[in-house]
Design a protein around this ligand. Structure first.
Ligand SMILES: [Zn+2]
Length: 338
């Protein structure tokens, strides 16, 4: 099979890399000899764990009510206020699961699984909802940009490892996929962007086309593809538009959800819906310019509320006081792909 062959090629490449790295010159030491043997296993296992298909987490016939938000871990009172609005919404109409768009911990991520921010900025605020959250990484989780965090770097691996300590926090790898109800969710790492990840996204989406249970494909991560927010000219956003967007379009992805810009915006373009929900608790920023295709935008704290069943996907933005942001209340219905 193609997959088996490419794994074999990858293994051969790793062995060649080990030789180049540790055996340059004739007199390599015993340690270097050992590294030649061990190196391919170390890299190969990190490759296996770097990306994960988390399988099905809710039955295929389950209609979903999904909570989505990003850019939240500021520790400011408004983060707690927005979390209370989510909890009140959950009391009225329970969510099945949550997805987060990164910048989980300002300004420089967490230092480890015992960082006190886990309790004050995650567990105390979101775990009481009693639902699983499937998180992604933002630039601040890496401690980027370095000018903001010259002395300390956030640990993305600690955010992955913390999944084993928490009832609510799920990040099985830096990027991963899972199935819930009729939806394939693909959680991506736009800060740790790579060719390898892009190929994994392409393969994951392609493989889902043969799955009769998948009626919708939602990809989510930190950086926008389209935005009229303050980051609109950022290099990474241009790269995603150039590299990721064609993959999403050819796989007929229904929606791309993200944060990074601290605002709320819904753009319809290229046959897809793009949702920014970066109002989870970090300081808001005004829009810069206007994006053609914007159907709604608002500078506000809050969250995105999605309802998805076999034939319909509806969305609604709420602010941090649980007021619906759109007027009149919109319900957007799509024809499911597949
Ligand atoms: Zn960001």
């Amino acid at each position: 099979m193609g997959c088996g062959r490419s794994l074999t090629q990858f293994w051969v490449k790793l062995r060649a890399m080990a030789h180049t790295r540790y055996a340059e010159g004739a007199g390599s030491t015993a340690v270097e000899q050992m590294m030649i043997r061990v190196f391919p296993f170390v890299v190969f296992s990190s490759f296996l764990f770097a990306q994960e298909n988390a399988g099905r987490v809710l039955p295929a016939d389950q209609a979903l009510h999904v909570l989505a938000f990003g850019d939240f871990g500021s520790g400011a009172p408004v983060q707690a206020q927005t979390a209370r609005a989510m909890a009140r919404r959950h009391e009225q109409q329970p969510f099945n699961l949550g997805i987060t768009m990164g910048d989980n911990f300002y300004r420089c991520g967490v230092r480890g699984v015992d960082d006190p921010k886990w309790k004050s900025r995650w567990e105390n605020l979101y775990t009481p909802l009693g639902i699983p959250f499937y998180a992604t990484l933002g630039n601040h989780d890496y401690g980027h940009p370095p000018v903001i965090c010259p002395a300390e770097r956030g640990s993305p691996d600690a955010e992955v490892a913390y999944s084993k300590k928490s009832k609510s926090w799920h990040m099985p790898a830096r990027y991963y996929s899972f199935k819930a109800g009729p939806v394939l969710f693909v959680a991506i790492d736009t800060e740790g962007w790579s060719r390898k990840q892009l190929e994994w996204i392409r393969t994951t989406l392609e493989e889902s086309t043969g799955d009769p249970e998948i009626k919708w494909r939602i990809v989510y991560g930190h950086h926008p593809i389209y935005t009229s927010g303050v980051h609109l000219n950022e290099r990474r956003i241009g790269e995603l538009r150039e590299e990721l967007l064609p993959v999403l379009k050819s796989a007929k992805v229904d929606a791309y959800i993200c944060g990074h810009d601290h605002d709320m915006e819904h753009v319809r373009a290229d046959g897809m819906d793009f949702f920014i929900c970066g109002g989870g608790g970090a300081r808001l920023r005004q829009f810069h310019g206007t994006k053609p295709g914007t159907v709604f935008r608002h500078v506000s704290y809050g969250f995105l509320d999605l309802r998805i069943d076999q034939s319909t996907m509806s969305v609604q933005y709420f602010d941090s006081k649980l007021n619906p942001l759109e007027d009149p209340m919109p319900v957007r219905t799509h024809s499911p792909t597949n």
